[in-house]
Design a protein. Structure first.
Length: 78
């Protein structure tokens, strides 16, 4: 099964080797026919503590690293 890759903005890097990424998606509401913005926060593993708040990063699914982290930062892309 392919791993999902999402793109979002880093909103927090306070924990060691962890970041919080805000991923925003747009879709058309089925009844109102209006474009709606929806966002969700994901906890991602950042091995080298390289990401800083405000940066745009790509994250991909991985096996669970901890209770809340099932995503990791894709290196070499941004």
């Amino acid at each position: 099964m392919p791993r999902r890759i999402l793109q979002g903005t880093v909103v927090s890097d306070k924990n060691d080797k962890s970041i919080t990424v805000l991923v925003e998606r747009r879709f058309t509401h089925p009844l109102m026919k209006k474009t709606v913005r929806s966002s969700k926060r994901y906890h991602a593993h950042d091995e080298n503590n390289a990401c800083k708040p405000g940066e745009t990063v790509r994250i991909r699914e991985c096996q669970p690293k901890s209770k809340s982290k099932t995503w990791e930062v894709v290196l070499g892309e941004a």
